[in-house]
Design a protein around this ligand. Structure first.
Ligand SMILES: *[C@@H]1O[C@H](CO)[C@@H](O)[C@H](O)[C@H]1NC(C)=O
Ligand SMILES: *[C@@H]1O[C@H](CO)[C@@H](O)[C@H](O)[C@H]1NC(C)=O
Ligand SMILES: *[C@@H]1O[C@H](CO)[C@@H](O)[C@H](O)[C@H]1NC(C)=O
Ligand SMILES: *[C@@H]1O[C@H](CO)[C@@H](O)[C@H](O)[C@H]1NC(C)=O
Ligand SMILES: *[C@@H]1O[C@H](CO)[C@@H](O)[C@H](O)[C@H]1NC(C)=O
Ligand SMILES: *[C@@H]1O[C@H](CO)[C@@H](O)[C@H](O)[C@H]1NC(C)=O
Length: 378
């Protein structure tokens, strides 16, 4: 068996390089909730390593000092126009939200606007890019080079086709007018593509999709085949991520990291949507976390998405504005913590359990391969 030991070591080193996605959460503070310091320490004890703050309040940023939790900040859409015309406005924002806190607060990303396309003002394309550039340049001027600057899109607003994923393309004219120049900028600055990606909304648009496929339920009948690549998808999340990756590739930017800035499932809905149920929210979040921790990536990108932020920590009776025609996404609860900070349902963010199981599974498979190769050698 002298041939096998080096082979085993080689194979084990392959296993250990599989890197899991960073799993973060979106946190929107409200007066009805515990103070941000308590929330920060609870998130830390849950082993959550990244937090997205759609509303970047200085007092909330300060609550994350020395927690080693990375922060994703957003600049409100209402500032985009002035930031695009005057770089001093960008600097001013950074002086209020970044300079006093960084790096004690581990700010790693800034989104200049969120779902800017949803207001239907595509004429603001050059405005958006100029604003992103101004924020980036202001950071460079401040000597801060480790913060990624981009803008956040919503999957349903940018994808023209998404099935089969390998033929997915971005919507025109958004693609030519907004995305292409932005992607060029992201490549040049080593930044990431930010996208809100909700299997829930795609499921609501396409009711023929089996609910289990949207909820990470691995059943034999829950799959979709991509006839072009011959790849079998076991969940809608991977299919949507690969649609984004295929569209990036067609645009000539296949290596830009993808950050899923929001994803989740509602547990209740003011209009009584029957799919907005606690049991489904639990299935989705547990399935998502387990899947991302496994480090298996997606069929088109073996490292998968770089980061994924669960929407959201506490219920905020959210109304989404990106799908006005759908009559879903109104007055919904998406949180996974009660206001007393106990979990609505158990989600293991620590990754201990699934990493062990994942590794064991792979070692079993590798052991089998080793056995086969051993048989071939002798
Ligand atoms: C901080 O977090 C990073 C990534 O989550 C981890 O690798 C590192 O060990 C942490 N450092 C400390 C001091 O906890
Ligand atoms: C840019 O903004 C700064 C800060 O608000 C202001 O003092 C300055 O006059 C503005 N410049 C122009 C050209 O509007
Ligand atoms: C659309 O964008 C232009 C240029 O940024 C701006 O002047 C205008 O007010 C916007 N219109 C609406 C309806 O938001
Ligand atoms: C982007 O990353 C590459 C490889 O890590 C590095 O060589 C390059 O200098 C980076 N560019 C910028 C603008 O940070
Ligand atoms: C939640 O939002 C919906 C839609 O905006 C509203 O009708 C409802 O009254 C809100 N519920 C609570 C408890 O605030
Ligand atoms: C926290 O609140 C939830 C919902 O109101 C309740 O079911 C649970 O028992 C509470 N937990 C503690 C420790 O108070």
């Amino acid at each position: 068996m002298s041939h096998s030991l080096p082979l085993l070591l080689l194979l084990l080193s392959v296993v250990s390089t599989a890197s899991a996605t960073t799993i973060g959460v979106t946190y929107v503070p409200a007066p009805s909730q515990p103070p941000p310091e308590e929330v920060a320490s609870t998130l830390r004890s849950l082993k959550i390593t990244a937090v997205r703050l759609p509303v970047a309040e200085p007092s909330v940023i300060r609550a994350f000092f020395y927690t080693n939790i990375s922060l994703f900040l957003s600049i409100p859409n209402s500032l985009i126009h002035s930031i695009s015309t005057n770089r001093s406005i960008a600097s001013l924002w950074l002086y209020n939200h970044v300079v006093p806190f960084y790096p004690r607060a581990l700010i790693t990303a800034i989104s200049v606007g969120t779902n800017v396309l949803a207001d239907g003002n595509a004429s603001s394309a050059d405005v958006l890019l100029r604003a992103v550039r101004n924020v980036h340049q202001s950071l460079v001027d401040l000597g801060i080079r480790k913060i990624t600057v981009s803008t956040t899109f919503s999957f349903v607003n940018i994808m023209m086709t998404s099935f089969p994923p390998s033929s997915a393309e971005f919507e025109e004219p958004t693609n030519n007018v907004i995305l292409k120049p932005l992607l060029q900028f992201l490549s040049e600055t080593n930044s990431s593509f930010f996208v809100n990606l909700y299997p829930y909304f795609v499921y609501k648009l396409r009711p023929e999709i089996p609910i289990g496929f949207a909820l990470f339920q691995e059943e034999t009948y829950n799959f979709r085949d991509d006839a072009i690549t011959g790849v079998r998808y076991r969940n809608l999340f991977d299919l949507m991520v690969d649609a984004v990756i295929a569209a990036l590739t067609i645009s000539g930017h296949e290596n830009i990291p993808v950050v899923v800035t929001e994803t989740g499932w509602p547990s209740c809905d003011s209009a009584n949507d029957v799919e907005a149920r606690p049991i489904y929210a639990e299935m989705y979040l547990r399935g998502l976390v387990y899947h991302l921790q496994s480090g298996r990536g997606t069929p088109l990108r073996k490292e998968g998405v770089a980061e994924a932020y669960i929407y959201e920590v506490f219920d905020t009776n959210t109304t989404f504005t990106n799908l006005p025609a759908m009559r879903v996404g109104t007055g919904q609860n998406w949180g996974f913590l009660h206001p007393n900070m106990s979990m609505k349902f158990e989600i293991d963010f620590s990754g201990c359990f699934s990493t062990t199981i994942g590794a064991l599974t792979e070692i079993t498979v590798l052991g089998f391969l080793l056995l086969v190769s051993g048989l071939l050698l002798f």
